[in-house]
Design a protein around this ligand. Structure first.
Ligand code: SAM
Length: 210
C-alpha cells in the first residue's frame, strides 16, 4: 500500500509541476502577444525572420505590427516543400506569422489550422488572420499535448519554438502523429541545450522558457 501511495503522490507532484510550467508560459506569452522584439535572447520580428532565411517577398506583404510578433527560433519551411492544396496544422502558432507563410504555399484550395495554449495569442492571431481576409485559416485555443482535432486530420504539422516548452514531450509527439494522416510530415524548428550548457542551466520555472 505504501508503494502505491508514493507512486500516486509522485504523479500528483508531476501534474502540479506541469501546471505551474503551463501557467508561467501563458503569463509570459500573454505579454509577448503584444510584441516580441527585444524580449528574447535571440533575434525576433522581421529581423529574426530574415536571419532565419524566410522568403522576404512573403513577409514583406505582412503588416509591420504582425512581423513584430514573430518569435520563431528557426525556419520549419526549409525542411521540405509544402504543396498546393495540402492541409497543415501549426502547433503553438503564436500571433500567426508561420500560418500566413504556410497559407501562401497551400493556396486557396489548402487548409491551415493553428493552435496555441495562450488565449491572448489566439486572440491576436485571429485578428491578424481576419485583417488579411484569409478564409481558409482557422485558429483554436489548444495544447499540443491534447490537440483539439480528430485522428488523421492533416497532411503536415509544423512548429516553431514550441516543443521545447512542453513538459510532456512524448505526449506532444504522440498527439502530433495521431492527427497526421498516414505518411504525413512533421517539420519543426526548436532549441535544445547540450553539453556544458545543458549541465549548467538550472531547471527552474524562469529558465524553462527564456
Ligand atoms: C516561441 S513562441 C512561437 C510562436 C510562433 N510559432 C512564432 O514562430 O512566432 C511559442 C508559442 O507556443 C505557445 N505554446 C507554448 N507551449 C504550448 C503548448 N504546450 N501547446 C500549445 N501552444 C504552446 C506559446 O503560447 C507561444 O505562443
Amino acid at each position: 500500500m505504501a508503494d502505491i501511495f508514493v507512486i500516486e503522490e509522485g504523479r500528483m507532484q508531476r501534474k502540479q509541476e506541469h501546471e505551474k510550467i503551463r501557467s508561467a508560459i501563458q503569463v509570459k506569452y500573454a505579454v509577448i502577444s503584444q510584441g516580441a522584439v527585444g524580449k528574447f535572447a535571440y533575434s525576433t520580428g522581421a529581423e529574426g525572420a530574415k536571419a532565419l532565411g524566410y522568403d522576404e517577398a512573403v513577409f514583406a506583404e505582412m503588416p509591420d505590427e504582425l512581423m513584430q510578433s514573430f518569435c520563431g527560433v528557426g525556419n520549419p519551411f526549409q525542411a521540405g516543400p509544402i504543396n498546393a492544396g495540402e492541409s497543415l496544422l501549426d502547433v503553438g502558432c503564436g500571433a500567426g506569422v508561420d500560418l500566413i507563410v504556410a497559407s501562401r504555399y497551400v493556396g486557396e484550395q489548402g487548409r491551415i489550422c493553428g493552435i496555441d495554449m495562450t488565449p491572448e495569442m489566439c486572440a491576436v492571431a485571429k485578428q491578424n488572420i481576419s485583417a488579411l481576409g484569409l478564409e481558409n485559416v482557422e485558429i483554436r485555443e489548444g495544447n499540443v499535448e491534447s490537440i483539439p482535432y480528430p485522428d488523421n486530420s492533416f497532411d503536415m504539422v509544423i512548429s516553431n519554438g514550441v516543443l521545447n516548452l512542453s513538459p510532456r514531450k512524448a505526449r506532444a509527439f504522440s498527439e502530433i502523429f495521431r492527427v497526421l494522416v498516414p505518411g504525413g510530415r512533421l517539420q519543426f524548428a526548436d532549441i535544445v541545450f547540450e553539453g556544458e550548457t545543458a549541465r549548467k542551466t538550472p531547471c527552474t520555472l524562469a529558465s524553462w522558457s527564456d
